[in-house]
Design a protein around this ligand. Structure first.
Ligand code: 5GP
Length: 190
């Protein structure tokens, strides 16, 4: 998606050869008009696929997910990250190792908001090693929901998330695919 690539080029900062900072439009400050274009774009791709729900993870997946949900006319559910969980039979839970924070979080969604029969579009801001996406997939499985695809805003294609997810049979659909962050330079695939 050209508009997104342009924002990444103009505003993205390479922290090291593995981490891209996009806190001026996606992960801290949010650019609603770019999110709106992302929402339109993704909604157009999935409009006839029978998706019933958008599922993401707090916090940076929420902005793109909400705009996708808006343009598809679908509810958006975000998994909460929790350090400790009191036993609660309503909660679907899984463990996610965070690439950026290097901690393991339990993530949870209430079984009120993710159910058997749902066909889910999983959304996240970044795809690195695929752990967040796998955690969300696990919650969908526990609910008995199916997964239409994994929709990612920025994929770091030099990390192994896409391969891991594709090997498990999931469709990965990324709006921008970053091939390399070496030498302080952002290179895209295509
Ligand atoms: P994964 O679970 O695929 O290893 O990593 C994805 C998660 O880590 C995303 O939800 C995102 O919050 C965070 N993340 C991974 N790589 C980056 C990065 O380069 N920049 C930022 N801002 N977040 C990242």
């Amino acid at each position: 998606m050209e508009l997104l690539k342009q924002a990444i080029i103009e505003q993205g900062r390479v922290l090291d050869e593995n981490i891209l900072k996009v806190d001026s439009f996606l992960t801290h400050q949010i650019d609603p008009s770019l999110m709106n274009e992302i929402g339109k774009h993704v909604a157009e791709t999935y409009k006839d696929k029978g998706v019933t729900k958008i599922v993401t993870i707090e916090s940076s997946g929420i902005a793109p997910a909400v705009f996708i949900g808006l343009h598809m006319g679908l509810p958006v559910v975000f998994a909460r990250k929790q350090k400790s969980l009191t036993m609660n039979s309503e909660l679907l839970t899984s463990e996610v190792y965070s690439f950026t924070k290097q901690v393991t979080n339990t993530i949870a969604i209430s079984n009120k908001y993710l159910e058997e029969g749902d066909n889910v579009l999983v959304v996240d801001d970044f795809l690195a090693n695929g752990q967040a996406a796998l955690g969300l997939i696990e919650l969908c499985k526990q609910a008995g929901a199916t997964i239409e695809a994994i929709s990612i805003v920025i994929e770091k294609s030099f990390q192994d998330g896409r391969q891991l997810l594709e090997e498990k049979g999931y469709v990965v659909d990324s709006l921008a695919r970053v091939n390399s962050l070496k030498n302080n330079k952002i290179e895209f695939i295509d």
